[in-house]
Design a protein around this ligand. Structure first.
Ligand code: G1P
Length: 314
């Protein structure tokens, strides 16, 4: 069985939730403290053993390519100023064993279409899809947990989490049966159903490990009413022919496609940032009148070791 070596990062989409910030810069470059969202996503993929990063980009997204490219100017300035540690930091953004490949999605025809744009670069092997506006935080990295499940069952794996019923309209929602504590055999999947029609409260977070058979299903789909080809619809078709699993990952998802999720990520990451955590912690307590704020609990929880998943290599 082939391992998972390649990951697709669909980054062509235009964001409207963060306008005007994202008018001229990609939403994937929004920083949480000092690192852009796309870099968190790439680090997670590299942590899962991925060595080929395929970015499906569009107009106005060139800066993502620049971010993962060598920057002679920045490195020269840092060297001249004797900031060797920062030279190391910028050089480590793309480790030398990792390759970045860019392909353009000329029209905004949906997530399924974006994945289809990478078909030739993927070929006939399993691959991951990583949506950078879902910032997933966990140990081991969430994609590494999924690759482990994939290797064990030799089936496509979708990352899922339990959501509030009112949030069904922002997720692909699965139906299925638990195999063990965290693994669900998917019987069907519906894209963004209304709460009354949602088959469960397990929604897809933006991580997928897919068999290459997905491409045939993507090619067979016609655009939906919004003119988009949905990855969820192709997964639903795939499920009719082969097993698809959902995996309740160990960790936390921040929906950085929304302002609230983005601010929550920023606060939690600041609370454990090497440079910031003490001063930010003190400031936040004072700001909240000495009260124990809700975010505090989350920040502390994040600092604790994640519950291990049985059989997962650390
Ligand atoms: C996409 C998928 C959806 C999934 C979600 C996760 O939606 O279509 O099935 O649950 O990502 O974030 P989007 O958030 O791009 O609208």
């Amino acid at each position: 069985m082939l391992g998972v070596r390649k990951a697709v990062f669909p980054v062509a989409g235009i964001d409207t939730s963060f306008l005007p910030a994202t008018k001229a810069s990609p939403k994937e470059m929004l920083p949480v403290i000092d690192k852009p969202l796309i870099q968190y996503a790439v680090e997670e993929a590299i942590g899962a053993g991925i060595t080929e990063l395929i970015f499906v980009t569009g107009r106005g997204k060139r800066v993502i390519e620049d971010h993962f490219d060598k920057s002679y100017e920045v490195e020269q300035v840092l060297k001249a100023r004797g900031k060797q540690d920062l030279v190391g930091l910028v050089q480590s953004i793309k480790p030398s064993h990792v390759e970045c490949i860019y392909v353009r999605q000329a029209e905004p025809l949906g997530l399924g279409h974006a994945v289809l744009c990478a078909e030739k670069l993927i070929g006939d092997e399993p691959f991951a899809v990583v949506l950078a506006d879902d910032l997933l935080d966990g140990t081991p990295p969430i994609l590494a947990q999924m690759v482990h499940i994939f290797s064990h069952y030799d089936s496509s794996v979708l990352a899922v989490e339990e959501f509030e019923s009112c949030e069904s309209t922002s997720h692909g929602v699965i139906d299925g049966r638990h195999w063990d504590e965290r693994v669900i055999s998917v019987s069907r999947i519906v894209e963004k159903p209304s709460p009354e029609l949602a088959p469960s409260r397990f929604g897809v977070a933006g991580r997928y490990v897919l068999m290459p058979s997905i491409f045939g299903h993507l090619r067979s789909l016609k655009p939906d009413l919004n003119g988009e080809i949905q990855l969820t619809s192709a997964i639903h078709l795939m499920r009719m022919e082969e097993q698809v699993l959902a995996y309740e990952f160990v960790g936390k998802r921040y929906d950085c496609g929304t302002k609230l999720g983005y601010v929550q990520a920023t606060v939690d990451f600041a609370l454990r940032h090497a440079e910031l955590h003490e001063t930010f912690d003190a400031w936040l307590r004072e700001r909240l009148g000495g009260a124990q704020p809700a975010v505090w609990t989350t920040g502390e929880a994040l600092n604790q070791p994640a519950t291990p998943v049985t059989g997962l290599a650390h």
